[in-house]
Ligand binder design. Structure first.
Ligand SMILES: Cc1cc2nc3c(=O)[nH]c(=O)nc-3n(C[C@H](O)[C@H](O)[C@H](O)COP(=O)(O)OP(=O)(O)OC[C@H]3O[C@@H](n4cnc5c(N)ncnc54)[C@H](O)[C@@H]3O)c2cc1C
Ligand code: FES
Length: 329
């Protein structure tokens, strides 16, 4: 049985227990959110011993070389001594600038940063409240052009952070941003490559940033953005997206709902009915040569990622952020 030591406290891990679970059980306050290796808020560093390679999945090579790993996916087979990694990721103080309720459960949060925050549109950052609660949200704003950070937050029933942001956060509330993190962003170099952007729910946030970033960098190839929801109530920023597409010949926006709340009076080119995955795959035909960005529901992202690969997209051309939530206790 392996043991983990942190701040002179040694915890023996139970069978199949992760380093994060053991440390939390012993009262060590390790920041965490998704508990599935997606948000990097539980980043720690091995000062003695070697973390299992699987616990370093998704980290940059420089961090891996320094012994950083994710405590929530670390099941060590030998003893480890660790340090909390509070300085490994940039931390920037921020304040709430506005909370705009776009629908019954989606809010557009904008933040002022009190120090430079360097990010690529589409990456995510961990938003940390003054009591230490931390959750990752994707960045919808355009670095350089927009002097604030924009995020789209869906209020999850009983959700600590999303409920607070939607109902209680007010102008001036102090927060911290940790990051940026993630590889879901536009890189120039292939200006004529077709781009496919598909998101469910607030998965629109990073796609809105990536599409606008590609356009401002002169991307000339077609950009197809699909936004999916269960019904019309789950869609938001529809007019804004339609107007963005109307102003850019190569941007095509399609909203999709699984089952409309009311029968549609007339078919609309902008609103498609059915399973988002099937709509995307049948529109696409061969997916060879495309660059794809997939964001939102984790099961949806994993399934479409696999199907796009099978339809011909190179794995290195598929970028995704699965919005993994903390599992129910
Ligand atoms: C990389 C990444 C990027 C993300 N980006 C965004 C983003 O841009 N916008 C956004 O809104 N979210 C995003 N998320 C999710 C976000 O980080 C939080 O997990 C989410 O807001 C819930 O946090 P909470 O504190 O409100 O809920 P918590 O207090 O953590 O609790 C949520 C509880 O609800 C349960 N639950 C899960 N799904 C549902 C559901 N559909 N209905 C009811 N209960 C459910 C969970 O299991 C959990 O027990 C992202 C996640 C990741 C990993
Ligand atoms: S990566 Fe460990 S809590 Fe999210």
């Amino acid at each position: 049985m392996a043991a983990v030591t942190c701040n002179s406290l040694t915890v023996s891990l139970a069978d199949n227990e992760t380093a994060l679970e053991g440390l939390l059980r012993a009262g060590v306050d390790v920041p965490n959110s998704c508990r599935g290796g997606a948000c990097q808020s539980c980043l720690v560093r091995a000062v003695e011993g070697t973390p299992p390679p699987a616990s370093q999945a998704g980290l940059k090579d420089a961090l891996k070389a320094q012994g950083f790993f994710l405590a929530c996916i670390c099941r060590p087979t030998a003893d480890l001594s660790i340090a909390l990694a509070s300085d490994a990721v940039p931390r920037v103080p921020a304040r709430v600038r506005s909370v705009e309720r776009l629908t019954a459960d989606v809010a557009r949060l904008t933040l002022h940063c009190d120090a430079p925050f360097d990010y690529r549109p589409g990456q995510f950052a961990n938003v940390v409240r003054s009591d230490g609660l931390s959750r990752p949200y994707s960045i919808a704003s355009l670095h350089g052009d927009e002097p604030y950070i924009e995020m789209h937050v869906r209020k999850v029933p009983g959700g600590q952070m999303s409920g607070w942001i939607y109902d209680d956060a007010a102008d001036g509330h102090e927060l911290e941003l940790r990051g940026p993190v993630g590889e879901c962003f536009y890189t120039p170099g292939k200006p004529h490559q077709p781009l496919l952007l598909v998101g469910t729910g607030t998965g629109l946030a990073p796609l809105y940033a990536i599409a606008r970033d590609a356009l401002r960098q002169g991307h000339a190839g077609p950009i197809h953005l699909y936004h999916g929801a269960i019904d019309e109530a789950g869609l938001y920023m529809v007019r804004e997206m339609q107007s963005l597409a109307a102003n850019h010949q190569n941007l095509h926006y399609t909203a999709c709902v699984k089952s409309p709340r009311e029968p549609l009076a007339a078919p609309s080119a902008d609103l498609r009915i059915g399973e988002l995955e099937q709509i995307v795959l049948s529109d696409l035909g061969s997916a060879r040569g495309w660059r794809c960005f997939l964001c939102g529901n984790p099961q949806f992202v994993a399934s479409l990622r696999k199907k796009l690969f099978l339809a011909g997209t190179a794995m290195k051309e598929i970028h995704s952020d699965a919005f993994l939530m903390r599992p129910t206790a």
